[in-house]
Write a protein that binds this ligand. Structure first.
Ligand SMILES: *[C@@H]1O[C@H](CO)[C@@H](O)[C@H](O)[C@H]1NC(C)=O
Ligand SMILES: *[C@@H]1O[C@H](CO)[C@@H](O)[C@H](O)[C@H]1NC(C)=O
Ligand SMILES: *[C@@H]1O[C@H](CO)[C@@H](O)[C@H](O)[C@H]1NC(C)=O
Ligand SMILES: *[C@@H]1O[C@H](CO)[C@@H](O)[C@H](O)[C@H]1NC(C)=O
Ligand SMILES: *[C@@H]1O[C@H](CO)[C@@H](O)[C@H](O)[C@H]1NC(C)=O
Length: 290
């Protein structure tokens, strides 16, 4: 089985041919033919990937092709770790870096430790699932590779491990937590992994009402942090970042539920960089800050 890539970039034409994973590994999980076209900066890139026989990942409700993406939809229960173990055993080392992993299956409730083995992704999106638990060691190899992480619309997902998981993505530049009903607090020291030094944009937009102390203190490159409703309590040193910078930080608190008692004394100290705080459109009127 051959995988043919046709890449037209900067007026050069390159043909790259490599092997697809053994279909007996991915078709049971749902690998299909894939044709993608991108138009980027006026360069046209056409990638054609033919994954021959969909029989490893289809029965599990997943589609995909190496170098590119794996998406899991559907409502059937399956062992995600088992699928990735088979992929790991089948793929060549250079085939183990996918562009994207999207998980939107509505039956699976857990992502277990080391599920993805040595398979890595540039982007991960976990959205519209009924997941209850994500093990803190779920993403071992991809923790230092993934650039963008979305965790969105997972109404059953328990928050107990989630900030640990998010803070272990040391190569991430953008993380979005959006509409996960059970995330009610951004805990103290939420992002305290000093190796997570590339994170520029962070969106905390679930049901968090409280921002804990030192929540972002090791996010030295942070330029933009955005909160959604219903934040109403900001603890002392919530925005402290313990390494000074001349790069500015935007703290967006628009559309929250702030009032004059929401800010603990010292909640805006120690930010250590030029900072703009946006507090428009509150659900309550702020008369003064105590
Ligand atoms: C979950 O998957 C199992 C087995 O695939 C199935 O029997 C069950 O009905 C599914 N549940 C839901 C809520 O879809
Ligand atoms: C990424 O993490 C894996 C597993 O923890 C490790 O083997 C690898 O050396 C790390 N790579 C980099 C570039 O740090
Ligand atoms: C980290 O992400 C960047 C893109 O932001 C990527 O170019 C780089 O290869 C990634 N690092 C690793 C070790 O995968
Ligand atoms: C910020 O800029 C000033 C003036 O250029 C410089 O003296 C200072 O060292 C810079 N601070 C940091 C943390 O880069
Ligand atoms: C301010 O908000 C807090 C938390 O929502 C609430 O308990 C308190 O009553 C509010 N205070 C005023 C003056 O509205």
């Amino acid at each position: 089985m051959n995988l043919t890539w046709i890449i037209v970039l900067n007026e050069n034409v390159r043909l790259i041919t490599s092997a697809c994973p053994d279909p007996s590994v991915i078709t049971p999980y749902g690998c299909t033919d894939l044709i993608m076209m991108f138009v980027l900066n006026q360069n046209v890139r056409i990638i054609t990937c033919e994954c021959p026989d969909p029989s490893v990942i289809l029965p599990y409700g997943c589609t995909g092709c190496q170098y590119n993406y794996i998406e899991c939809y559907g409502d059937n229960d399956f062992d995600l770790a088992e699928m990735f173990k088979k992929l790991s055993q089948t793929l060549e080392p250079e085939q183990k870096h996918f562009h994207r992993f999207k998980f939107s299956n509505t039956n699976v409730t857990e992502i277990k430790a080391n599920t993805f083995m040595d398979i890595v992704f540039s982007q991960i999106e976990i959205s519209y699932t009924n997941l209850v638990h994500i093990h803190p060691d779920a993403f071992m190899y991809t923790y230092n590779t993934t650039d963008t992480l979305y965790i969105k619309n997972n109404p059953q997902l328990e928050p107990d491990t989630i900030y640990d998981v998010m803070s272990r993505f040391t190569n991430a530049t953008f993380i979005e937590d959006y509409h996960n009903a059970k995330f009610t607090m951004m805990p103290a020291n939420a992002f305290s992994n000093s190796k997570q030094s590339k994170l520029k944009r962070l969106h905390i937009w679930s049901s968090e009402t409280t921002i804990g102390s030192h929540a972002i203190n090791r996010l030295y490159s942070l330029r933009d942090i955005m909160f959604g409703a219903p934040v109403n309590h900001i603890m002392a040193n919530a925005f402290t970042i313990d390494r000074p910078s001349n790069d500015s930080l935007d703290i967006n608190l628009n559309y929250c539920w702030l009032n004059e008692t929401s800010f603990e004394p010292g909640s805006l100290t120690g930010i250590n960089r030029p900072t703009a705080i946006y507090m428009g459109n509150q659900h309550t009127n702020i008369v003064y800050l105590s």
